[in-house]
Design a protein around this ligand. Sequence first.
Ligand code: MRU
Length: 344
Amino acid sequence: VSVGVAKIQAIRWDGRRLSLLDQTLLPGSEVWLTPSGAAEVAEAIARLAVRGAPNIGIAAAYGVALELSERPSLGALEEACDVLIASRPTAVNLAWAVERVRAACLGAGPSTLASAARGEAQKIHAAEDAASLAMGALGADWLAARDVRTVLTHCNTGALATGGRGSALGLAITLAERVEGVRVIACETRPLLQGARLTAWELERLGIPFSLIVDGAAAGLLARGAADAVVVGCDRVAANGDTANKVGTYAHALAAAAASVPFVVAGPTSTVDLSTPDGEAIVIEERDASEVTSLAGLGIAPPGTPVINPAFDVTPAALISALVTERGIASPVDVETVGALVAP
Ligand code: MRU
């Protein structure tokens, strides 16, 4: 397959101005937001206009820079960091990126706060772009060595979610460039349909053959041999390798184990959080009930229906065949192999 060259980007920075592709409106319309400060970036992150673990880190880093360009003071720095870190709790990339920008600013001194923030945000963005390409190459090698052609994936982990071409989707894209016959099975990803709205949009533009399925179809298809591997992204990898990702991921991992299909997690090392010992310690974001009781603005449950709406779940390390990062692959996934990947 010849993979389309159309460059998909969700975040643009022209040196002064940040533009975010509003992902809540895809695939219907392509609208770019131009937030004016940290609070507006935080709002865009909270409502998933910008989303995906690496990209919320990149957007938040630029959010601090935007704020300091308007109000270059230590007070503004602290306020910006606080509002951005509070916008979503699970993906560690967000706090990681904000803390990096904060440290760069504090190291720079009061007169160069804004330029230090801009410089650090651009460094984070460039490093995440490079990490995506590197993990794509490593992961494609791993998949090709196991004759993987059909990849089942969950949520959206392409260029809309990360720097570069993606994490899990980046592996599939790189594999499709290298070998014939690569196909993707994309789970729709209820409740907010990142698979149906975003992954399908990206794959269609890239010219990679794919089929969309409802989340509930995945286990049965895996049991019948419809996919050679499950490849997903991650929002936080704990020190022992337990991994939080979009809700529904754990079910795919159980189904993959039952069907003896490899289950691969891909993400940059900025998603690995050694200060979280295990999956139990990962804070899982709870989102609004309306995401479950309505679909595209239409009510689908009786008014007042009680809801439980965790945005993520945790897959235990023992169910993960390989963790692919830009620095290398951990397999098996455990406290030693994960620690070795992120060691300085
Ligand atoms: O709620 P979202 O859409 O931000 O969730 C995104 C995911 O769960 C992705 O799988 C994860 O961030 C990895 S993206 C490289």
